[in-house]
Structure formats: structure tokens, C-alpha cells
Design a protein around this ligand. Structure first.
Ligand code: ARG
Length: 592
């Protein structure tokens, strides 16, 4: 018998001496997390912050289980712990999501002798060295310390019988474990395990074997018990109630087990990447070919970015993470927010420049009532136009014309297509005196076939599903046929670049509603929407060049005055309202 130190739960990144800590000053450490955001209690199921898994869908900000039939049909059979086979991995995961208990066992059909087991070789019931028996292997094997990531540690408590609290993860403390006798195993051989974070059983992680020279630490685990870690001044409270050290929040590692320590970050420490949405992800996820940030910024500027090379040898289990990615690629995709042709914008709303090509504003529409364009609107797909509630009246439905592909309404361009309004839906909480919920939908009739809208020159703008897709200081574009400088009349479409502005209550005390409205403008106020632009788009383009309708022109004190920015209806706040009326599949980017 020999004693070997296994600093298991203490991976290198937990050790302060080998971790590039940003600062040791706690007051500065705290600065990385954003208190206002923490109050919203985001977790790995909050689709305002993260993507749902392919077997889930996002409903009102939360990832909920899909029904198995909503999964893509193709895939290969998988076997579950209840001894039954399921047609696809997605179907099993959706069933597991609905009825936790049945878990993944192996890829392929169920075999009589197929068994996966995890046990702890060691000191007590609640801690020890991790020992596994894979489905296709006869003997039990240990896991190498070096490959034992936090994600896998959280998992160990699920399949083992040493469960204290399923959702709370393991406790990270330094322990000495009794190392098994040498005859028991060849100490140079251990299993490497890769987990991604969505797994509910260690069997879903990928196991590889690699011969290493000399001694490798073995992975051990100490289960988390209710009273094991008491809160201190320096601890961070996870949404699931667990306490972790403040220094582990915003380090890209899911220490809480529910990811709540990584979702409200102003910066990231250690080896992690800050998504524009305020989420820290492990650096290995940057440029790995899969979009992890909802803002898409982890997969841009990847040329010359060298991913960490893996020198794995023998793969012992199926790569279910690759299968998850394949399922994701089979989900229906929306075509929105991408222009057909991009013209170099020629340098030349109040202070705006004229639009020269309809292709540059394929989502812009004009709402014509009696004489002239009275308001703008935004095409969002199908027969649907988004506009401001104050622009339309249900009683006047038959009087509105929707002009698409329009540039100048005095000298009409040949691409113009005119549609009639069929139905108008005004937000039920629209308040004409405060301009709250100033949003409405117009359903076009369709021509020549009713209910089918063919608009060859139009492209829908994407509807944002999360208020974290764009942030203050992002540059966006407002466009419309509204009044220009000195209130002069405008007949041709104009556009201008404005910045999103945060803390707008300081400009409009008691009139600005943070959740429902968005301010935008320029420092000198020179660019702004004005009378007649209402209902029109404020669009923002993400890191991958996809354009979203971020705002609907709503109100503002005068036009183009510094200190009085334009106020827009914040479309992200109305995603569920819009999807309820137009149908989820028309605007849901991910996981309908
Ligand atoms: N309510 C105005 C309209 O009916 C839009 C005003 C926008 N004003 C501004 N300064 N951004 O057209």
C-alpha cells in the first residue's frame, strides 16, 4: 500500500499559485460580477443568456424540454439505463429531460452484458478515487487527474450512490486518498474523460486511453454536503444555493453546477473568454466551430487562431458531443437578417444619408395612409410587419397600404410592391400617454394569393430573443421617411448611425422604462429619428453580420437635440408576444 497525494478537486486552475489571478484584492474581484444581473437568477436554463440544448426549446426565457417527436428524425439508436433502446440520442435526452431518471448508457442498441458503473475507491462513502467500468470493457479503470474537469466532477455525484445533493456539485478541497495496490492497476494507465457540461451521466462523456510516461495523478472526488461549506464574506452564492469562493465567479468554469457563477460578468479571469452577453466561457470554446456566446463573438476572427491540440490515442466510447453538434445542425434554420447583396455604403432621419439601394434596407417598409407615408415598419417574415402602436388603428385596417422595396415615394422605383393590411394587432398594454408597449403587428393580405406574401426584394430582419444581444455603445442604424433637419419634408428613405444609450432615465426622468424601451442617438444629437419615422426600424448587426430589429421608432423630445435621445420600443422584450401572434417557427432562431 502506498499513499499518493491526489489533489483531485484541486485542478491546476483552482490553485491560486499556478493560476494567473487578475488581482488578489477582493473589492476588485467583486467588480467582475454585475449585481443587477445576479438578481435575475440566471442559470444554464436561461435562454436570455445561453443557448438551449437541441432537445430543449426556449419559452419565456427558460429552456424547457422538447417532446421527443420534436427532435430531428435521423440519427442512430442509443441505449438507456432502463434497458431500452431509443431511435435517437435527441429523443432519449428529451425523454430524460421530461422524466429524469432514465439516462444514457451507450451508443447503439442495448446489449445484455452492457454495464457502466462508477464507484469511489477510497476512504468513505462520500469520497475516493473515481473508478469506472465502461460498457465495452471488462475491467474497472481509474480516471487520470489531469483530464478531470469541473464538469465531470459535478457528474460523478449523479451516477454514484453517494448523492448528497444532486444539483450542487462536488466540494473542492484538498484530500489525500489511499492509492490502490500496485497489482490492482498499472499506475501509468488511466482514462481520460471529456465532458461538455450538458451530460447527466458520466457515460455520456468521451473516454480515451493514452499511455503516459511515469506517474499520473488519479481523479478523486469529495461529495458536497449541505453543511460542508458555510458562507463567508468572500463567498459567492449560486442560484442553486451552493456557496463557492468569490474568486471562482467569472472564470469560465461552471463551479456552481448550474452555471450561475458565469452568467453575470463584466470581465473574465484566468483562461476564459467574455461573451458580449456578459457570460464567461472556457477559452477552449473560442473558435471551436460551435457558437457558444448568444452574441456569436466566440466564433469570429478565428483565422490564425490555433486550437489546443489533443494527442489522444484510443477512443473507448462514442463521441456523444459530436452527436449533439450534429443534431444541432439538423434543427430548422431561419433565413433572416442577411442582405442579398451588400453595396458599399455611399457616404452622405435628421442628419441622415439617403439610401440608394433597396437591397441595403430589405426589411424597411412604409405605411401609407391616405396621402403619403405616415409611418415606417419592419418586415419580420411571412406576411408580418412590425410597427409602433401609435402608428395604427384597428378601425382603419382597410385604409393602410404597406409599401415594400420603396426608396422615394415621389419618384417611385420599379421594385416597389404594395400590399394591403389584413389585420392589425396592437399590444394590449399599449399606453398612449406614456408610450409604454408602443408596438403593433400588421398582417398583410398577400397578393395575388391571400395569406401568401411574395416579396422578392424584401428580407426579414431577425427578431431578437434576448435583451443581451446588444449593449450600450453598440452602433445601430435607424431609417425612415420622417422629417429631416429643421422639420423639412422628406420623400426619400434616409438612414443614420446611432449608438445604443444606457441609463436613459437620466435624460427622461420618470418617462423612461428600462425593460421596454431603448434609447439611441449620438453625442451631439445630430442623428435622430423624427416625426414620420415612427414604427420604423432601429437595426443592429451582430458579430456574424446578422441583422436584428432591436428597436421600433417610438418617441423623443424634439428631434436631434443633444441630451434628448430618440426612444425606441425594445423589441427583445416582446419576443414572446410577437411569437405568440405570428407563430414561433417564423421568428425562432434556435429550438422552436
Ligand atoms: N413619434 C414620432 C412619430 O410619430 C417619432 C418621434 C421620434 N423622435 C425622436 N426624436 N427620435 O413619427
Amino acid at each position: 500500500m502506498k499513499l499518493v497525494r491526489v489533489f483531485l478537486l484541486l485542478l491546476c486552475f483552482y490553485l491560486s499559485f499556478c493560476k494567473p489571478t487578475l488581482t488578489s484584492d477582493t473589492s476588485q474581484e467583486e467588480d467582475l460580477v454585475e449585481a443587477k444581473c445576479l438578481a435575475k437568477k440566471y442559470t444554464h436554463l436561461s435562454c436570455n443568456k445561453v443557448f438551449c440544448q437541441p432537445w430543449q426549446k426556449c419559452v419565456e426565457g427558460t429552456c424547457v424540454c422538447k417532446l421527443p417527436y420534436q427532435c430531428p428524425k435521423n440519427g442512430t439508436a442509443v441505449c438507456a439505463t432502463n434497458g431500452r433502446s431509443y431511435p435517437t440520442y435527441c429523443q432519449l435526452k428529451s425523454l430524460e429531460c421530461l422524466h429524469p431518471g432514465t439516462k444514457f448508457l451507450n451508443n447503439g442498441i442495448c446489449k445484455a452484458e452492457g454495464k457502466f458503473s462508477v464507484s469511489l475507491y477510497g476512504n468513505t462513502n462520500s469520497e475516493g478515487i473515481v473508478e469506472v467500468k465502461l460498457v465495452d470493457q471488462d475491467t474497472k479503470m481509474f480516471i487520470c487527474e489531469s483530464s478531470w474537469s469541473w464538469t465531470c466532477k459535478v457528474l460523478i455525484i449523479l451516477p454514484s450512490r453517494f448523492i448528497y445533493s444532486i444539483s450542487r456539485g462536488a466540494l473542492d478541497i484538498q484530500r489525500r486518498f489511499t492509492f490502490p495496490e500496485e497489482t490492482y492497476l498499472n499506475s501509468t494507465e488511466c482514462l481520460h474523460v471529456h465532458c461538455r457540461g450538458y451530460e447527466t451521466s458520466l457515460a455520456e462523456c468521451t473516454f480515451t486511453k493514452r499511455r503516459a510516461k511515469g506517474y499520473q495523478g488519479l481523479a478523486g472526488v469529495v461529495c458536497y454536503t449541505e453543511n460542508a461549506e458555510l458562507p463567508t464574506d468572500e463567498s459567492f452564492q449560486c442560484v442553486n444555493g451552493k456557496y463557492i469562493s468569490q474568486t471562482k465567479a467569472c472564470d469560465g468554469v461552471n463551479d456552481c453546477g448550474d452555471q450561475s457563477d458565469e452568467l453575470c460578468c463584466k470581465g473574465c479571469r484566468g483562461d476564459s473568454f467574455l461573451c458580449k452577453s456578459g457570460v464567461c466561457i472556457p477559452s477552449q470554446y473560442k473558435c471551436n466551430g460551435e457558437v457558444d456566446c448568444i452574441t456569436g463573438d466566440d466564433e469570429v476572427n478565428c483565422e490564425g487562431f490555433a486550437p489546443a491540440t489533443q494527442e489522444e490515442t484510443e477512443i473507448l466510447t462514442a463521441d456523444m458531443n459530436a452527436e449533439r453538434k450534429r443534431i444541432k445542425s439538423l434543427l430548422p434554420k431561419l433565413s433572416c437578417g442577411v442582405k442579398n447583396s451588400v453595396h458599399a455604403r455611399r457616404k452622405r432621419v435628421v442628419g441622415g444619408r439617403p439610401a440608394h439601394h433597396v437591397e441595403d434596407f430589405p426589411w424597411q417598409v412604409g405605411i401609407k395612409e391616405a396621402d403619403g407615408i405616415s409611418c415606417g415598419g419592419i418586415y419580420i417574415g411571412g406576411c408580418w410587419i412590425l410597427t409602433a402602436a401609435h402608428c395604427v388603428r384597428v378601425s382603419k385596417t382597410h385604409r393602410y397600404q404597406i409599401w415594400t422595396s420603396l426608396l422615394d415615394w415621389i419618384r417611385p422605383n420599379r421594385e416597389i410592391k404594395v400590399e394591403l393590411a389584413n389585420r392589425i394587432i396592437i399590444h394590449e398594454k399599449y399606453n398612449a400617454s406614456t408610450y409604454q408597449n408602443d408596438i403593433a403587428l400588421i398582417e398583410m393580405k398577400g397578393y395575388p394569393n391571400p395569406k401568401v406574401c411574395k416579396l422578392p426584394k424584401s428580407t426579414p430582419a431577425c427578431v431578437p430573443w434576448s435583451p443581451y444581444l446588444f449593449q450600450p455603445n453598440d452602433r445601430c442604424i435607424v431609417s425612415g421617411w420622417g422629417r429631416g433637419k429643421d422639420k423639412q419634408k422628406v420623400f426619400s428613405l434616409k438612414w443614420g448611425e446611432v449608438n445604443l444609450i444606457g441609463n436613459c432615465s437620466k435624460f427622461y426622468p420618470n418617462r423612461f422604462y428600462e425593460k421596454e424601451m431603448q434609447c439611441a442617438g449620438t453625442a451631439d444629437g445630430s442623428i435622430d429619428a423624427c416625426k414620420g419615422d415612427s414604427g420604423g426600424p432601429l437595426v443592429c448587426t451582430d458579430a456574424n453580420n446578422v441583422t436584428y430589429v432591436w428597436g421600433v421608432v417610438s418617441w423623443g423630445e424634439n428631434c436631434g437635440k443633444p441630451e434628448f435621445p430618440g426612444v425606441y420600443t425594445k423589441v427583445a422584450n416582446y419576443f414572446d408576444w410577437i411569437s405568440y401572434h405570428v407563430g414561433r417557427s417564423l421568428i425562432s432562431q434556435y429550438n422552436i
